[in-house]
Design a protein around this ligand. Structure first.
Ligand SMILES: Nc1nc2c(ncn2[C@@H]2O[C@H](COP(=O)(O)OP(=O)(O)OP(=O)(O)O)[C@@H](O)[C@H]2O)c(=O)[nH]1
Ligand SMILES: [Mg+2]
Length: 164
């Protein structure tokens, strides 16, 4: 994929904005312990080796009927529609939740290529290997385990993005 648009999507608080900041090499996006921090789409530019991407950070998708959720979901859907590829961020420590499956169903409907990024794995032992392997089998998607600021993991992720 060259000069494409990459949208970063997932349920709330999994670290989408942290991944976005890492890719654009700037603290453009606000990150916080609380859920629901990102609401609108946020655009940035990422240069990885010889390739340039536009990257879109999105708000965390929840299907629950809670205030602002319709708007956040609509914003994320616009980013999904616009993107050539989706980075689907999950929390690698907790594995795949029902909310992750809801988001994955939305991504399946988009028929766009998806690269799954298992974030927050600061220590390899934290990885919920079993569930993430199951996701891989059920979706045939590529998995990259990443921790923010770990270059080798980000490299693996971006190589998966480039291969699409
Ligand atoms: N330990 C650890 N914490 C992380 C990692 N990545 C992000 N975090 C923390 O997780 C919290 C949520 O990160 P965000 O990047 O704001 O998550 P988000 O998915 O953008 O959240 P919303 O916009 O609210 O949906 C913050 O406190 C981050 O510092 C990681 O790799 N390891
Ligand atoms: Mg965010």
């Amino acid at each position: 994929m060259n000069r494409g648009i990459v949208a970063i999507v997932g349920r709330p608080n999994v670290g989408k904005s942290s991944v976005f900041n890492r890719l654009v090499q700037d603290n453009l996006a606000i990150t916080d312990d609380q859920s629901g921090i990102t609401r609108d789409r946020l655009y940035g530019k990422c240069e990885w080796l010889d390739q340039k991407f536009s990257v879109i950070d999105t708000g965390g998708i929840e299907l629950k009927d809670v205030p602002f959720m319709d708007e956040i979901r609509a914003q994320a859907q616009l980013a999904i529609d616009e993107a050539d590829l989706i980075i689907f961020v999950v929390d690698g420590r907790v594995g795949i939740t029902n909310q992750d499956r809801d988001v994955m169903n939305i991504l399946h409907r988009s028929k766009k290529p998806v690269v799954v990024a298992a974030n927050k794995i600061d220590d390899v032992k934290q990885e919920s290997n079993l569930q993430i392997e199951q996701l891989k089998e059920s979706s045939n998607q590529q998995i990259s385990s990443i921790k923010e600021e770990t270059d080798s993991k980000i490299s693996t992720l971006m190589n998966n993005v480039k291969e699409q």
